[in-house]
Design a binder for this molecule. Structure first.
Ligand code: PLP
Length: 404
């Protein structure tokens, strides 16, 4: 298949010959396009910052690429902070928004000098007593339902994330008692936001909270921007959101930086996951296409019931037939059930779309399988950015002893 996808001038079949399967491929031009798209929608906000939420895809070369684009970094663990620093981000370009971590981890972030959003009162009080001079941000839960499904909705009242909006009096008391400097207010209501109204409600609540603090430098409106997963799928209307921010938010936020921290929006559509069909198995009811991967490499379909379009690169004009595509690990690892795909033969190469976010970064070594290689394409040139694992990689960290 020559032109797949149409806008990339590299034959994916050739890539699999060169790098093997399974293989993650990212289109850096698409990443750049998405980054510039957000910039375009919010261009009139003078003090505007995009922080790439790197848990979506933590490969250091991708972080480097975001740095070149002018992005900052949103991190959720001290390890992500360290990778960000290694990629050349300055501490103040990195924001650390952890949940449920220990005080000692936060102290490491303070030592590293990065921006920190705290999301519970207990830690806030402890940090306030020990480091009142280290300015921090506060993660607020606006108590709204955002996010495409329960697992990725994190802004509701029973959420473990953030400090509830209703606890504002407690929050203020701790800030007063400890003298800690609050320089940022943050929210992140969940992934896959479809209802803009809900997001805006959250933004208003955040503004309301912000008015209680007079040394604010930034308001971080989080993310959750949705991308389409199939032809008629919805996406977050950023154009509208931009208009709203122009009319209502940016005026109120004079001299305060407005921050967004998208992950999925920036990298999801740039990614392709390429696998090979090992076996076609007919049962009385189903035709299975068994591929050389599983939820060890690509867990979103099983974990979130997410839909990812699958194309047969080896037989693009083959007759459409129904397939249940499954993996090769000993576990239910069904990628899709009875989906129409161009006729699949053993040895064919299949490609999953939208595999740039929360795909490789959620992979594991389950069944002692190697994690795949990652390749990035920029201006029609391909670059290996992670080599396939080997047996040495698996054994390296194990300690072999003779027990008893
Ligand atoms: C995961 C995460 C994001 C990114 O969410 P997307 O849905 O990928 O845009 C942003 N902020 C925080 C704090 C996160 O944990």
């Amino acid at each position: 298949m020559k032109n797949y996808p149409k806008n990339i001038g590299i034959n994916f079949h050739d890539l699999t010959k060169r790098y093997g399967t399974p293989l993650y491929v990212y289109d850096a031009n698409k990443i750049e396009f998405q980054y510039k798209l957000i910039k375009k929608y919010f261009f009139y906000i003078e003090n505007f910052k995009i922080n790439y939420a790197c848990k979506a895809n933590t490969n250091i070369s991708i972080l480097n690429f975001f740095k070149k684009l002018g992005s900052g970094l949103d991190t959720v663990s001290i390890q992500e902070v360290e990778i960000g620093l290694k990629a050349g981000f300055k501490p103040k370009e990195i924001i650390y928004t952890p949940n449920g971590v220990s005080l000692s981890e936060i102290k490491k972030a303070i030592k590293a000098g990065v921006l920190i959003n705290i999301d519970n009162l207990s830690l806030l009080e402890q940090i306030g007593h020990e480091n009142p001079n280290y300015p921090i941000g506060i993660r607020i839960t606006p108590n709204i339902i955002g996010g495409g499904n329960k697992k990725i909705s994190v802004g509701h009242i029973n959420s473990k994330f953030g400090i509830s909006y209703y606890q504002l009096p407690n929050l203020k008391r701790i800030v007063e008692n400890t003298g800690i400097k609050v320089e940022g207010i943050h929210m992140h209501t969940g992934s896959d936001i479809i209802d803009l109204e809900v997001f805006l409600q959250g933004a208003y609540i955040l503004l309301n909270v912000a008015s209680s603090f007079n040394e604010l430098k930034y308001i971080d409106f989080g993310s959750g921007f949705k991308v389409p997963y199939h032809k008629n799928d919805t996406k977050t209307d950023l154009d509208m959101l931009g208009v709203f921010f122009k009319q209502k938010i940016s005026r109120v936020c004079k001299n305060i930086k407005i921050v967004f921290e998208p992950g999925k929006f920036l990298v999801s559509e740039s990614g392709y996951f390429i696998v090979k069909v090992n076996v076609i198995k007919h049962t009385t009811s189903t035709v299975f296409a068994c591929v050389d991967s599983g939820f060890n490499h690509f867990i979103r379909p099983m974990f979130y019931d997410s839909y990812h379009q699958i194309d047969n690169l080896s037989n693009p004009s083959g007759k459409l037939r129904s397939y249940t595509v499954v993996g090769y690990i000993c576990e239910s690892d069904t990628f899709c059930v009875n989906i129409k795909i161009n006729e699949i033969r053993e040895g064919d190469i299949l490609c999953f779309r939208n595999a740039g976010a929360y795909c490789f970064s959620m992979s594991s070594n389950y069944n002692s399988r190697y994690r795949p290689s990652e390749v990035i394409i920029y201006n029609n040139k391909s670059f290996l950015i992670r080599r396939r694992e080997k047996m040495q990689d698996l054994l390296k960290k194990m300690i072999e002893i003779d027990i008893g």
